[in-house]
Design a binder for this molecule. Structure first.
Ligand code: SAM
Length: 447
């Protein structure tokens, strides 16, 4: 399929890009994924996937030889891995090269569907706090689903406009802004995206990106790191915006040593994964450090409706052990926050529109506590011993929302496949209630 003429001319006349990029954009994109280090999973357990080479700039990341139907793999639903474009995984290498506090507070501002957030979550490895935000409401729900499956405790999902983060002056150690862009990097996988490209859309995107960055800037701590990325190749949305941040908002550009195939940007502003140089769809990323203009310090606020409770008195000791975790009751829910960031989470709850905070352990009912789906997927917190291992066929049926005959004792059972938790059932003797969330069920026909 052809490119928009204006795009083709731009690339041909840009000595930084050139004809080779156009050729590469017409080739098949690679398939790649990252394993979830929070789930103790290895390649052997994922025997249905055909692994190829490891990705050099990201831990636990691989190319696949071919694209499987991920929906038909129960371990995909268990959050054991996340299919992600290889170029965007360079964020891992960048995060690992920064000097950060022991418990960093990280904002992923434009986060849905959750590729970068799951990567940041693995990088943090339950230290500090990840605030994962998405402005579009239904996309925030997809983000919540993907982060619930990823299964970390130190995550808050919010649904806010970047401007709302002005309520949190000097709060974050790192802000990641994977900005909405004209998507030239999508041309390889999604031919329709070529029809949406225009010169005026590039201008519009560049203006919107400046606005987003300016709106969130106050929430970054002095000396904090700002990571700006897009999946596009033009100078307006990339290097020019990085220059804008340095000069207008006040930041130094940080140079990170990456593989030579990850080409330095124009005037050495940031780095590119160009599909003609490295097997990716295309990605731009730059790291900046905010000038030290210290003044405001966050005064923490708290919502009174959140009451700290003990696991024993709430009757949840069978489900979870209390290490470095604080439990809070909010209406009929029991939530778990990491002790080290519970103050910050309560402050976020007071200031933003929250979609998910920490891990929900259970629902309080008149008859006792029902374990929550979020707990099933959090291996760090879930210590429930009554488990039922399913075959692949049964696991797909369970994820489809079916019920079938299954041996087991009365009460709540944690359903697993290859020892990886998928969710809950309530066993009633000769039948069971399938408690897998309705909105996440597999909808395609399973043979
Ligand atoms: N970081 C995501 C990942 O790795 O999976 C991809 C993010 S995508 C490039 C950009 C996101 O920005 C989209 O989810 C989009 O809904 C969101 N967005 C669109 N307009 C926005 C705006 N005005 N402010 C903030 N985010 C916006």
């Amino acid at each position: 399929m052809n490119f928009p003429t204006a795009f083709e001319n731009r690339v041909k006349n840009d000595s930084f890009l050139g004809n080779d990029l156009l050729t590469a954009l017409n080739e098949n994109p690679p398939v790649s994924l990252r394993l979830n280090s929070l789930k103790q999973i290895d390649q052997k357990q994922l025997s249905d996937l055909q692994f190829d080479k490891q990705i050099a700039w990201c831990e636990n990341a691989f190319y696949l030889k071919e694209r499987p139907i991920f929906t038909l793999d129960p371990l995909f639903h268990a959050g054991c891995y996340y299919p992600q474009e290889a170029g965007s995984m360079v964020l891992d290498k960048i995060l690992r090269s920064l000097t950060l506090p022991d418990q960093p507070i990280v904002l992923d501002l434009c986060a849905a569907p959750g590729g970068k957030s799951t990567l940041i979550s693995s990088f943090l490895n339950e230290k500090g706090l990840l605030v994962s935000n998405e402005v579009i409401r239904n996309r925030a729900q997809i983000l919540k689903e993907n982060l619930t499956k990823w299964g970390a405790t130190n995550v808050v999902v919010t649904n806010n406009d970047p401007k709302d983060f002005e309520r949190l002056p000097h709060f974050f150690d790192v802000v990641v802004c994977d900005a909405p862009c004209s998507g030239e990097g999508m041309f390889r996988k999604d031919f329709n995206s070529r029809n949406e490209w225009s010169e005026s859309n590039v201008e519009l995107c560049a203006g919107r990106q400046k606005r987003i960055v300016s709106d969130v800037w106050e929430s970054l701590k002095p000396n904090g790191f700002f990571i700006y990325s897009t999946c596009t190749f033009n100078e307006q949305e990339n290097e020019k915006n990085v220059q804008f941040i340095c000069e207008q908002l006040g930041a130094d550009l940080i140079k990170i040593e990456l593989q030579p195939t990850l080409k330095k940007g124009r005037n050495e502003y940031g780095n590119y994964c160009l599909p003609n140089l490295v097997n990716t769809e295309g990605f731009f990323i730059a790291v900046l450090q905010k000038y030290d203009d210290s003044k405001a310090k966050t005064k923490f606020e708290n919502k009174k409706e959140f009451k700290q409770v003990e696991a024993k008195t709430m009757g949840i000791s069978d489900f979870t052990k209390e290490q470095n975790i604080q439990f809070f009751q909010w209406n009929d829910l029991i939530l778990a926050f990491p002790q080290s960031s519970s103050q910050e989470i309560l402050h976020l709850i007071a200031k933003l529109h929250i979609v998910k905070a920490g891990t929900t352990i259970g629902d309080l009912t008149r008859k006792g506590v029902n374990p929550h789906h979020e707990l099933a997927l959090n291996q760090h917190l879930c210590h429930y011993t009554q488990r039922l291992e399913l075959t692949r066929e049964q696991a797909l049926g369970y994820l489809h929302g079916d019920t079938f005959s299954l041996d087991g004792t009365h009460g709540f059972q944690l359903i697993t496949f290859k020892q990886q938790p998928l969710g809950w059932i309530k066993h009633l003797g000769n039948r069971f209630n399938n408690l897998y969330p309705k909105e996440w069920r597999i909808r395609m026909k399973i043979d």
